[in-house]
Design a protein around this ligand. Structure first.
Ligand code: ADP
Ligand code: MG
Length: 279
């Protein structure tokens, strides 16, 4: 295999939910950062990221860990296509986000990235089922299709008995499960979680991390951003961030010095396999 080729953005995909979100159409490299920098203007300017490179393959479970000010939120915004780098390249499922218009970025984000936040961000006045079904609003699925997929995703996170309930009636752990179901209902290429256990007590937090492990086992690609080393250590791979640089990357196949075989020809196990079964 040769070095990854930047995909030309095809424009909004077919409105059929299954088509548009079909992971099978995505390359095995879900995320690629190449010497990414982000400088915030000011006096003096702040170099929040100073040359970050790493690659995430389909099916990985990655923890990105670093102390306050290390650049985690900045990195999250870039990976989640909410912002563009100052220099360097961010490719999400092969698309160079610097080359996309705002509309194209929104479409890429809606179709390929699922977000989970510390604060859950559920619509309190809507049922659990509708909260999750809203995760498909931009996928072009019909109302019954959205509800069917939502019920399926909620079953997957163990909340089949809560479909009609309002989020206010749920515990913190259950709320986060709803948020995870909402993030995954559109079959994103990656799930991006920002301090997902930050508002949970430790045993509830552990059960959410167990759920991530299960979902990953079923094929979901998950990236968890956290300041908590205990959380990061539950991930298959840990990338440590400090002062806007990658300090360490536990995956030996992705050395920090960037000298890996970027074409992936050396092959991770997952490179050539079929699209994962989830959900
Ligand atoms: P973390 O999430 O790890 O705490 P951030 O990405 O939030 O790190 O911040 C990294 C650095 O960039 C910090 O020095 C922070 O003060 C600075 N920074 C973050 N966002 C902005 C911004 N919008 N404008 C200016 N400086 C910022
Ligand atoms: Mg932060």
């Amino acid at each position: 295999m040769t070095a990854p080729v930047t995909r030309a953005y095809p424009g909004p995909a077919s409105p059929a939910a299954g088509d548009r979100l079909d992971l099978g159409n995505d390359p095995p490299v879900v995320l690629e950062l190449d010497m990414v920098t982000k400088t915030y203007p000011g006096e003096p300017p702040v170099e929040a990221l100073r040359g970050v490179s790493f690659t995430v393959h389909r099916g990985e479970l990655v923890g990105i860990v670093g102390p306050s000010g290390s650049g985690k939120t900045t990195l999250l915004h870039l990976i989640g296509t909410l912002d563009r780098p100052t220099s360097g390249t961010v490719r999400v499922t092969g698309f160079d986000i610097s080359q996309l218009s705002d509309r194209e970025l929104s479409a890429l984000r809606a179709g390929r990235v699922g977000f989970v936040f510390q604060q859950f961000f559920l619509a309190e006045h809507q049922s659990v089922l509708d909260n999750v079904a809203d995760g498909l609003l931009y996928a072009g699925a019909s109302f019954p299709e959205r509800r069917r997929a939502a019920a399926h995703a909620l079953a997957r996170v163990g909340l089949s008995d809560k479909l009609a309930v309002l989020p206010t009636k749920l515990s913190g752990g259950q709320r986060q499960r709803v948020a995870i179901a909402r993030a995954l209902v559109g079959r994103p290429a990656m799930l991006l979680a920002d301090e997902p256990t930050g508002n949970l007590d430790s045993s509830t937090g552990q059960s959410v991390l167990d759920l991530f492990a299960e979902l990953n086992n079923d094929g979901a690609t998950i990236i968890v951003i956290t300041h908590d080393h205990g959380v990061a250590q539950r991930m298959g791979r840990v990338i440590e961030l400090l002062d806007g640089l990658v300090l360490a990357d536990s995956d030996a196949r992705h050395p920090v010095d960037g000298s890996e075989d970027r074409g992936g020809g050396g092959g991770r196990d997952g490179d050539d396999r079929e699209a994962p079964a989830w959900p």
